[in-house]
Design a protein around this ligand. Structure first.
Ligand code: FE
Ligand code: CA
Length: 551
């Protein structure tokens, strides 16, 4: 298998996204057993001192989750929702607070309970629960569960981070993005749940905002399962969309197995939005109202610390996670503060505004926070967990150059500022991890993308989607037609070391003091359940030597 260049590229229109690339993939043949699925505790719900739910079908229908581990804590999450997609967005609960008990144990049988307490699941937050634990042992595994009345939740497993600055010889995490529910099954998450991981990083497009496309779309084979309702706009709509996605047993299994650290991209609100500007040019006040609803539902359904609770349409999501002296992860938000697309969000020639110093992808505060944090970091690997591709991608064969306006290419001045800073400060082993474009890439990030001889400053791993884009195109002519174009593009984007656009999956990363390894794990298919998942290709970065090599 050729690993050092594009295989085949098709430029297509999809989802009004600037481009979608499809190509030939690796052969897949290894069968992988699926993860154990969490079983839901049964039993009649008994009324609490505060209120009781309206049905007895189980309140922990959306599973459990944990997130953002620190050396002494982690956030625990659940939601009470006996009827997850109830029209009012309250998940079948009465609009009254309900008392929830939580337990944390060092063993799966809960023989050694190390923490417990009670909290209120409040209707103002959709009866979600966020427990911010503290004073736990570092680098330790814990099990947790919730109780409401006589109901007991599935058991989750989590892990605290290694203490800052301590020696850590290994850190294993997976990153994922783009899990369009209608497009396929979450087979990749079933595989992920069987891995041995310290963390899962989600890089956005956790939900998609589009409407139910109806039974016809299923019979036509366009989709395999359905959204509910129209395009989502209100808090109830967004809550119900998260609830729908979170009913998936494979997604629940991956949440229950590891702590996650999440960030959003555009579809958590609206395709290709930029700060207060919607793609369709909605009036700003109306769009900010929608953004406030979307951000609140995001906070409610993610294992985020209570300090992330949004205020109106504003929510601070960017933050930093540290794992001993081995890894520091800056989790970025490239949607809330970015300049409106300097040259438009389509694919076009670069306009002057993309290079203007006022152009920003992160907003000035987040950019300063990021660069100061990188300057202060003592970690071997410095990870930027973010949404859109940073490596340059010239999509025009020949001397002309066109770029996708929604990616860092559309904000080239902001990209250059960050890469120049990394180079001038000698940041230790910067690695960028990326989602968004439903395809797999390995990129060397260059001091000057126009000059292949210029320094490689950082390495970028772009992971494919969990489902978005669906299965490989069965028509061989579709790929063959673009082969010549792919050759031409590969020739003028030599910093792109690998590209594959056909398969869905996720990326598994193992970090040691000397090496970063990324395994690209692809599902054979997503439109049929339980397809095999296997490692299609692996790349490594040697510490002290930026740029990726085939493993
Ligand atoms: Fe996506
Ligand atoms: Ca060109």
């Amino acid at each position: 298998m050729e690993r050092s260049r594009f295989e085949q590229i098709l430029i297509r229109r999809a989802n009004r996204r600037a481009f979608l690339l499809g190509g030939a993939g690796a052969g897949l043949g290894v069968a992988v057993s699926l993860a154990g699925r969490p079983t839901r505790a049964r039993g009649a719900f008994q009324s609490t001192p505060v209120a009781s739910p309206t049905t007895a079908t189980g309140v922990f229908t959306l599973g459990v989750a944990s997130g953002d581990p620190t050396p002494d804590g982690v956030v625990l999450w659940t939601r009470l929702a006996p009827d997850p997609i109830a029209e009012d967005g309250l998940g079948g609960m009465d609009p009254a607070p309900v008392e929830v008990t939580w337990e944390v144990a060092s063993d799966e049988a809960f023989g050694q309970i190390v923490r417990s307490g009670t909290t209120l699941a409040r209707p103002e937050l959709g009866h979600t629960v966020h427990v911010d634990l503290a004073r736990l042992e570092p680098a330790s595994e814990f099990f947790y569960r919730f109780m409401a009345g006589s109901e007991v939740s599935p058991v989750g497993r989590t892990k605290t981070a290694a203490a800052a600055g301590t020696a850590l010889d290994k850190f294993r995490f997976a990153f994922a993005s783009c899990q369009h529910y209608e497009s396929g099954f979450y087979t990749a998450y079933a595989d992920m749940a069987t891995q041995d991981l310290d963390l899962v990083v989600h890089l956005g497009d956790y939900i998609y905002e589009g409407p139910d496309r109806g039974e016809e779309a299923i019979s036509e084979g366009t989709i395999v399962r359905r959204h509910t309702g129209d395009e989502i706009m209100t808090l109830a709509d967004y809550r119900n969309r998260y609830a729908l996605y979170r009913t998936d047993p494979n997604l629940q299994a991956a949440h229950a197995a590891f702590p996650w650290s999440v960030t959003w991209d555009d579809h958590e609100v609206d395709n290709n939005y930029a700060a207060e500007f919607s793609q369709d040019g909605d009036p700003v006040p109306a769009f900010l109202e929608r953004r406030a609803a979307a951000y609140q539902a995001y906070y409610e359904h993610m294992p985020l610390r209570p300090e992330a609770l949004p205020v109106g349409p504003d929510m601070q999501l960017y933050r930093r996670l540290t794992f001993g002296n081995l890894a520091e992860i800056s989790v970025l938000d490239l949607r809330q503060y970015r300049s409106d697309h300097p040259c438009g969000d389509d694919t076009q020639v670069r306009c002057a505004l993309a290079l203007d110093p006022s152009t920003t992808m992160t907003g000035p505060d987040q950019e300063r926070w990021l660069l100061e944090g990188l300057d202060a970091s003592t970690a071997t690997w410095n990870v930027l967990a973010q949404q859109v591709m940073m490596g340059q991608l010239d999509l025009a064969p020949g001397t002309a150059a066109i770029y996708a306006g929604d990616l860092w290419d559309g904000y080239a001045g902001a990209r250059n500022r960050i890469l120049s800073h990394l180079m001038s400060r000698g940041t230790s082993n910067p690695v960028v991890i990326t989602g968004d474009i439903h395809s797999s890439w390995v990129n060397d990030l260059k001091a000057d993308f126009a000059d292949p001889a210029s320094a490689t400053i950082a390495t970028e791993f772009v992971g494919t989607s969990i489902t978005s884009g669906g299965d490989p195109d069965p028509d061989p002519e579709a790929d063959a037609a673009s082969a010549a174009e792919a050759e031409a593009l590969a020739a003028e984007n030599p910093h792109i070391r690998f590209y594959e656009g056909a398969h869905r999956g996720y990326v598994l990363c193992e970090l040691t003091p000397g090496q970063w390894r990324s395994d690209y794990r692809f599902a054979g298919a997503v439109t049929t359940p339980d397809a095999p998942v296997e490692t299609a290709v692996s790349f490594v970065v040697e510490a002290g030597r930026p740029g990726a090599q085939p493993a």
